[in-house]
Structures are given as structure tokens and as C-alpha cells.
Design a protein around this ligand. Structure first.
Ligand SMILES: C[S@@+](CC[C@H](N)C(=O)[O-])C[C@H]1O[C@@H](n2cnc3c(N)ncnc32)[C@H](O)[C@@H]1O
Length: 246
């Protein structure tokens, strides 16, 4: 394991246990205002980003969302067999409450909920047509182990699609850090009315997040093919996609 003692427990490969436990606490604190802050800090582009990712799946597919949080992406998954995984019982509770109503109104069967981390998914091999990670990959404790577990539960030919804060390369990352450290902090402070709001921690995970080429290499190392990464308009988010070979 890497020595992350000089960076508060973070580096592009993962997050140490103590730092991750505190990060989870901070993520849970975002729940009441999560969607509102996201909407403002992305200038409303979060809706289009989620739609772009969702369009990688078709009706009837078996889909897993890893790091579903309060269900912001999951509610838009229509006509599919959906499993939502998150390590936070509180996130899953909020997600379930929200999703059960929406899915019942649409005449769909309820989603399944799994309390677990991406690095240790308690589900069988070769199960899903699609795995989605929306703004959760950055929080994995061990990025390579999480990718390996996702690879295992995908069916051969299945696809992983990740969308997270954009960091195409170090220069783009520099602009990202300025955006995260200024605009996002101001928005979070105004909405939460709390100078110690949780988006301070979310900026920290961005600082230590890797670039497109770093994660594309990890995806290839665990066996994925057709590995692609690009920024989504207007450049705030990165979208990775890759295939588990047949
Ligand atoms: C910012 S929320 C993302 C919410 C949602 N996916 C969305 O579309 O906005 C990040 C979520 O990732 C979860 N998470 C953190 N570490 C994780 C891990 N190691 N494996 C799976 N999920 C994790 C957190 O509990 C949190 O609910």
C-alpha cells in the first residue's frame, strides 16, 4: 500500500481508512442539500451529465450503481433491474425512500439495496450488463480493487461507466482545484450556512484525484478493454467507459 501520511491519507490510488471514515461522515452530512449544491455548482449541467451516462444503458438491462448516495442518479434509471450499492446505511435509507416511490409510480419492481464497499461487492460474478459510478469513484478506498470487483460482477461484454469530477491532466486539474477551492466553496457555504460545510472534504478528494491516463491504466490492468475517457461539456466532469471482454 502507498504511504499517504504526507497527504492526509489521500493519493490517486486510494484513501487510508481513517481519512475515508471521516470522508463518509462528511458525505452523509451533505444529504439534505446534496442535489441543490450540485445543481448550482455545476450551473445546472449535472442533469445533462447524468443523462449522458444513463444513455449507456437500455431498457431491460441489469444495472448496478456503485456509490448510489441519496439516489440522485438512480431515480432516472427507468425500465431496468436496478441494484444500488453504498457503504452508508444512511445514504441507502434516503435512496430507498426516494426510489421506491418513483419506481412504484412507474410500475417497476423495487430496486435492490446492498450495504457494501466497491472493493468487496457481496454479489455473484458475471451478473450485470452495466455498472455505473456517479461521483463515487473518487471516494473509493482502493481504486484498483474497486475496479477489479466491478470487473468481476459485470457480465462478459458488460460495460462500466464512471462520471466524476473532471481532471483530464495536471493543467486541467489546476483549473479544477481553483474552481473547487473558490466557486464550489462559496456555493456550499451559502447553501449550508455553515463555514465548516462538507464540501471542504470533497475539494480534498479532488486535489488527490488522478488524471484520465492514470485511471485508464488501472482499468486496463484489471482487464478492461475499449477504455475511453473524455471531459463532459463544459469540462467540470470526466466520463470513463470500458468493457469486460467476452
Ligand atoms: C457524492 S455521493 C454520489 C451520489 C450519487 N451516485 C450521485 O449520482 O450523485 C458518493 C457516494 O459514494 C459512496 N462511497 C464512498 N466510498 C465508497 C466505496 N469505497 N465504495 C462504494 N461507494 C462508496 C458514499 O457513501 C456516497 O454515498
Amino acid at each position: 500500500m502507498s504511504d499517504r501520511s504526507g497527504t492526509g491519507g489521500f493519493d490517486p490510488s486510494g484513501i487510508d481508512e481513517d481519512a475515508w471514515t471521516e470522508l463518509e461522515r462528511q458525505l452523509e452530512a451533505t444529504i439534505p442539500v446534496y442535489d441543490r449544491v450540485n445543481r448550482i455548482m455545476t450551473l445546472g449541467f449535472d442533469k445533462g451529465m447524468r443523462k449522458h451516462v444513463r444513455n449507456h444503458a437500455k431498457k431491460g438491462m441489469k444495472v448496478l450503481e456503485v456509490g448510489c448516495g441519496p439516489g440522485s442518479f438512480a431515480v432516472g434509471i427507468e425500465g431496468m433491474d436496478l441494484t444500488c450499492l453504498d457503504p452508508s446505511a444512511e445514504m441507502l435509507k434516503v435512496c430507498k425512500k426516494r426510489l421506491d416511490i418513483v419506481r412504484e409510480e412507474r410500475g417497476e419492481s423495487p430496486a435492490q439495496y446492498v450495504e457494501a464497499i466497491a472493493e468487496d461487492i457481496p454479489l455473484p460474478d458475471n451478473t450485470f450488463d452495466r455498472v455505473f459510478c456517479l461521483f463515487s469513484f473518487r471516494d473509493f478506498k482502493d481504486k484498483k480493487q474497486g475496479l477489479a470487483e466491478i470487473f468481476r460482477v459485470l457480465k462478459p461484454g458488460g460495460q462500466l461507466v464512471i462520471c466524476d469530477a473532471g481532471k483530464a491532466n495536471w493543467l486541467h486539474g489546476l483549473f479544477g482545484r481553483i474552481y473547487m477551492g473558490t466557486f464550489v466553496q462559496i456555493v456550499a457555504r451559502i447553501v449550508t450556512k455553515d463555514p465548516n460545510h462538507p464540501w471542504k472534504w470533497l475539494a480534498r478528494t479532488y486535489t488527490h484525484y488522478g488524471t484520465h491516463s492514470y485511471y485508464k491504466n488501472l482499468m486496463r490492468e484489471v482487464g478492461f478493454t475499449d477504455v475511453k475517457a473524455r471531459l463532459l461539456f463544459p469540462g467540470m466532469a470526466s466520463r470513463f467507459k470500458c468493457i469486460k471482454p467476452e
